[in-house]
Design a binder for this molecule. Structure first.
Ligand code: HPA
Length: 291
């Protein structure tokens, strides 16, 4: 069902973006969404203005443990950034326009590159607990699409964006993925790549579902990210997706899946993950975006 006022969706995002721009001298070029257990990177932001989501007009509030709910505006290695510590998910009961609202706001702030991060279950047997995987593509089995509803051309930010139908062929920028792998290598570790499959949640999957997903070509499974990426591509942002494997997907190992494991794994890799982002941010802005 469509929302009462589709116009208000843009107006609210504009209002939130203008509010944020009035609170910082910086004009963010890179947006970073920190997923479950990965919020620690926000401490790396210099000249930081930290704003609770509750203070931002129309911003949705996360109800999940491990999602702080703060937006940090400032710089990383001199590059202006907007860092989201925590996100909301459709399984919390939020509508698609609420789930994607923060990404719309990032776009209206002028963000050109979106780095989305998440926690996931490893479907491919070599993707084990604690690994950071570069997302090469996604399969959206969440049951809905983030761009549902009347098209709003005012959300066009990048060249050629804001279209009713838009291309998802290279949704996850091959250039940024290669750059991330290069930086990981320079820091002494290998970053595998994989296809991320999104489910709605909040129940974890059954072993039969995971077997089906593997047959479909999925390497990772999670409950977020694809909506943000769809909206980011609609707005013409370039996207890098990084996934932290926090557990073997259901049936891949015999162990039950537990949210505490997600948080523990995040804490364990926080330093390595932060070091990667710290080195990546200036590299992203140093090299020109592929046409
Ligand atoms: N399934 C779905 N989402 C997840 C998982 C999982 O196994 N691990 C972390 N997020």
């Amino acid at each position: 069902m469509l929302k009462p006022s589709m116009n208000s969706r843009y107006d609210h995002a504009r209002e939130a973006a203008d509010f944020l721009l009035s609170r910082t001298p910086h004009r963010p070029r890179i947006g970073i969404i920190l997923g479950s257990g990965l919020g620690a990177f926000a401490q790396q932001v210099q000249e930081a203005t930290t704003i609770p989501y509750a203070d931002i007009p129309h911003f949705p509030q996360s109800t999940v443990e491990g999602h702080s709910g703060r937006l940090v505006l400032g710089t990383v290695e001199g590059v202006p950034v907007a860092v989201m510590q925590g996100r909301v998910h459709a399984y919390e009961g939020y509508r698609m326009d609420e789930v994607t609202f923060p990404t719309r706001v990032l776009g209206l702030l002028g963000v050109e590159t979106l780095i989305v991060t998440n926690a996931s279950g490893g479907i491919r047997p070599d993707l084990t607990n604690g690994m950071v995987v570069g997302i090469s593509d996604h399969i959206n089995l969440s049951g809905t699409n983030a761009a549902l509803g009347p098209n709003e051309p005012r959300f066009a930010v990048g060249p050629g964006s804001g279209q009713r139908f838009f291309d998802m062929t290279a949704a996850y920028s091959p250039r940024l993925l290669a750059l991330a792998q290069e930086q990981a290598r320079a820091q002494g570790w290998a970053m595998p790549t994989g296809v991320y499959l999104a489910v709605l949640g909040p129940s974890y999957e059954t072993p039969a579902e995971i077997r089906a997903f593997r047959t479909m070509g999925a390497d990772l499974v999670g409950m977020s990210t694809v909506h943000e990426v769809i909206v980011a591509r609609h707005m013409g942002m370039e996207v890098l997706g990084l996934s932290l494997v926090t557990n073997a997907a259901a049936g891949v190992s015999n162990e039950a899946i537990d949210h505490a494991e997600v948080m523990e794994t995040g804490a364990r890799v926080a330093d390595r993950f932060s070091a990667l982002l710290l080195s990546l941010v200036p590299r992203i802005t140093a090299s020109p975006q592929a046409a």
